[in-house]
Design a protein around this ligand. Structure first.
Ligand code: ATP
Ligand code: MG
Length: 410
């Protein structure tokens, strides 16, 4: 039989890779909880329309990347991102009394993309959403929170905060008109995808990854020239706030983000360490989304970090607690060894129990699991209710009474 393989674009995570992913989530949870965010878990699949309508009919995610299927007459989709599900949960559960709502989540997302380093078909995101506050102060705090997250992961030297504003609806509309008339002048040179986007959703062209589009986009009108007074004012408040916190950023006029629901502030935290998969965290304000999903006029802002990519940026091995190794020697000690291992573990001590092999082999194994101490259980010593503890770093060795063992190891 042919050897079974994981599906292309999916991975088995174990060892340091898994530890790093877990660490990213642990650090993220701690940071966002300091800002008052609480964990939410929404289903991994939803009705297709939750994503199709709200992420945007012409986005890459909806047109190409969704894993959709039919079951029991329902059209369902594995979630490609977290925001739509969180907002759907907010609306379904009538959580309006709890405004502002601060929710964070993490878990697998699914996108049918071309797999490469840092780009998977099952990916993990850690994200945060804040609903119900329109003030630019919140934009500052939410970006600061993302920055703290990467700081606590030890990554700030490796990342840049890029920021832009799409303005309010009026500004968006004005920009759209300017952009369309500019792009029409280059119609023949645009990629097929971008030709299609031109009518339906021209902003998407700015986000295109095709070389032929990128050249044209380089000279496209700037968003900032279409901001109205209040949009400009809003953005200036955000920038001022970041300045006050000492958070460095780069204003990127080309930043529009791949999803339809954004307005005002958009931002990305990028690195030059992961080749073309350099964006490690991205987000923005989405004031119209809750309304669009039937939940009333509730402002929103949020971001999602790519846990796979963040984990790849952690250089050092994640520290794992060193165990003590239990080494029984002699035929009649196995039963007692099980009892001792059980009691040590109940007392909170991490124990590696070596079940078989020569004395030498068991010591080799203790070193392999990076044990700090070996507890040698010999028949003679056990008869006197004693064991030998060997410090595997210094080589020092001593005999202790069995009932003092836990105390000795603490
Ligand atoms: P990209 O432009 O790289 O496709 P995106 O705009 O589609 O990214 P978002 O939807 O903003 O990405 O997702 C937030 C973060 O999730 C990204 O910044 C990235 O770190 C991560 N991410 C997105 N897609 C993938 C993927 N296929 N594999 C691994 N990480 C991903
Ligand atoms: Mg993408």
């Amino acid at each position: 039989m042919e050897k079974l393989q994981a599906v292309r674009g999916t991975r088995d995570l174990y060892g340091q890779d898994k530890l790093k992913m877990k660490k990213v989530i642990e650090v993220g949870s701690k940071v966002v909880e300091r800002y008052g965010f609480e964990e939410i878990e929404t289903p991994v699949f939803e009705f297709t329309e939750v994503f199709a309508r709200n992420i945007g009919e012409t986005t890459d995610i909806v047109t190409k990347e969704m894993y959709s299927f039919e079951k029991g007459g329902d059209h369902l989709t594995l979630r490609p991102e977290g925001t739509a599900g969180v907002v759907r949960a907010f609306v379904s559960n009538g959580m309006h009394r709890q405004l502002p709502l601060k929710a964070y989540y993490y878990g697998p997302m699914f996108r049918y993309e071309r797999p490469q380093k840092g780009r998977y078909r099952q990916l993990t995101q850690f994200g945060a959403e804040l609903l119900g506050v329109e003030s630019p102060q919140v934009d500052v705090e939410v970006i600061a929170m993302a920055y703290n997250f990467l700081e606590d992961l030890g990554l700030t030297g490796k990342v840049t905060v890029e920021i832009n504003s799409l303005g309010d609806e009026e500004s968006r509309k004005a920009y759209r008109e300017k952009l369309v008339s500019y792009l029409r002048g280059y119609y023949d040179k645009l990629s097929e995808d971008s030709k299609n986007r031109l009518e339906k959703n021209p902003l998407r062209v700015l986000d295109s990854k095709e070389e032929c589009d990128k050249e044209i986009v380089a000279n496209a009108p700037l968003y900032r020239d279409s901001w109205n007074e209040s949009s400009r004012g809003f953005f200036e408040e955000v920038i001022k706030g970041l300045d006050n916190l000492g958070i460095k950023y780069v204003i990127n006029d080309r930043l529009v983000r791949g999803l339809d629901y954004y307005n005002h502030t958009v931002f990305e935290l990028t690195t030059d360490k992961l080749g073309s998969q350099g964006t490690v965290l991205a987000g923005g304000r989405y004031n119209g989304l809750v309304q669009q999903m039937g939940g009333g006029d509730v402002a929103g802002i949020g971001w999602a970090g790519g846990v796979d990519r963040l984990a790849m940026l952690i250089d050092e091995d994640v520290f794992v607690e060193r165990p003590v190794a239990l080494i029984p020697t002699g035929d009649d000690v196995d039963a007692k060894a099980l009892v001792i291992a059980y009691n040590l573990r109940k007392a909170g001590i991490k124990v590696e129990h070596s079940y078989s092999g020569s004395f030498k082999k068991r010591f080799e194994k203790a070193n392999k699991v990076n044990a700090c101490k070996a507890i040698i259980l010999g028949s003679d010593e056990l008869r006197n209710n004693e064991v030998v503890i060997k410090d595997l770093d210094s080589g020092e060795q001593k005999t202790v009474a069995l009932d003092k063992l836990i105390e000795e190891l603490r």
